[in-house]
Ligand binder design. Structure first.
Ligand code: ADP
Ligand code: MG
Length: 350
């Protein structure tokens, strides 16, 4: 049985449709990542699930019980959910122990102390009971916020961009820990983020939201390889998008003519399209008569990302090059395909 089920949820603020026909289904131990640009409805979705917002239409079910509909609204404190927000949300005047105990009303004092000890071990900060929030780093504060949300054994944890204020080292650590905590405890989690790398690295399934609607809901690798439309492709991939024309089963673009894959499955075989070129689909190769030149080179530790521009158009493409590359700024090059897969194309008027 699914732990959380949202069926066709609608929520408007005046004439803004913050949630439009949103359906998701989360199982125990699963991490669902929700990605989308700022303002697309991610926080509203979490607030509706947590019970901080009523919904206009549809239904939210937790463990088979309807908690929200146009008739029903179970209060947040009766939904048994944990939440962690982007802003550090610890009570500044309380130490770590009191912060965590705050949500443990029905426990006696020995049980409370034991539970605090347990969750501190879970978030890898054992012995931190007597610290105050200002004595903790940002990453540690978020770990304590996570510990506090885990303490009452919630069915579901809702995380609203909890790592976006952390530096990348802390973030990767937190993500790895979060993943093992969730899997071990069989708690389901919804992680809202605007960072695709974060979503791809931890999620079992991914929902991509655009303007209040889920445009694609699938396994991360499926969305990565087969984004359903141009907006999803732009949100989830490291790619450039150039114009092209379908013609005789190939797509013609400024890089040449290539086999293509029509993501909609119903495009007119002769039409103007947007062609998706992923970083690394093409390599830059030195050619004194090349139509392109190297405009920048970024050192990435294990490789370079080389940006190549066209002399003739505004096209630019990023190529992944090994550390022994002989390319330099302004080197004339041509682009040759590396990847034998067909290029993804999307309708021009998306
Ligand atoms: P996200 O978290 O993806 O950035 P939100 O869910 O916060 O997006 O907001 C979705 C849309 O709903 C935005 O256009 C936002 O301005 C609007 N919105 C959110 N909460 C309210 C509110 N309480 N009153 C009016 N508009 C709101
Ligand atoms: Mg938000």
């Amino acid at each position: 049985m699914s732990l959380l089920k949202c069926s066709s949820v609608f929520k408007a603020f005046g004439n803004i449709e913050a949630l439009c026909d949103v359906s998701i289904d989360v199982n125990p131990g699963d991490i669902l990542a929700v990605v989308g640009e700022s303002g697309c409805g991610k926080t509203t979705l979490l607030r509706a699930i947590a019970g901080f917002e009523t919904i206009d239409n549809g239904e939210i079910n937790i463990k088979g019980q309807t908690v929200s509909s146009d008739q029903i609204h179970v209060l947040p404190e009766n939904r048994n959910l944990g939440m962690v927000f982007q802003e550090y949300s610890l009570f500044p005047h309380m130490n770590v122990e009191s912060n965590i105990i705050f949500g443990l009303r029905s426990y006696d004092s020995v049980e409370k102390k034991n539970r605090v000890k347990e969750v501190l071990e879970l978030v890898r900060l054992p012995g931190y009971e007597n610290r105050y929030p200002h004595e903790l780093s940002g990453g540690q504060q978020q770990r304590i916020a996570l510990a506090r949300s885990l303490a009452p054994n919630p069915t579901l944890i809702l995380l609203d961009e909890p790592f976006s204020n952390l530096d990348s080292v802390n973030r990767v650590d937190m993500l790895n820990d979060l993943q093992s905590i969730i899997r071990d405890s069989q708690i389901a989690t919804i992680l809202v983020t605007h960072d695709k790398e974060e979503a791809f690295s931890v999620a079992d399934s991914l929902a991509v939201m655009v303007d209040g609607k889920i445009n694609q809901y699938a396994k991360p690798n499926e969305i990565y390889f087969y984004p359903k439309n141009y907006k999803v492709a732009k949100l989830v991939s490291n790619a450039e998008f150039i114009s092209g024309n379908l013609n005789n089963g190939l797509v013609d673009c400024s890089l040449g003519s290539f086999p293509y894959f029509d993501s909609t499955g119903k495009m007119n075989p002769v039409s103007e399209v947007i062609v998706m070129i992923r970083f690394g689909d093409f390599r830059a190769v030195y050619d004194p008569n090349g139509n392109f030149f190297v405009s920048s080179i970024e050192f990435k530790g294990s490789h370079y990302i080389v940006t190549v521009k066209s002399f003739r158009s505004s096209t630019y493409i990023k190529s992944i090059e090994s550390l022994d590359t002989n390319l330099a700024i302004n080197t004339k090059v041509n682009l040759v395909p590396v990847n034998p897969d067909p290029l993804l194309v999307f309708p021009k008027n998306h």
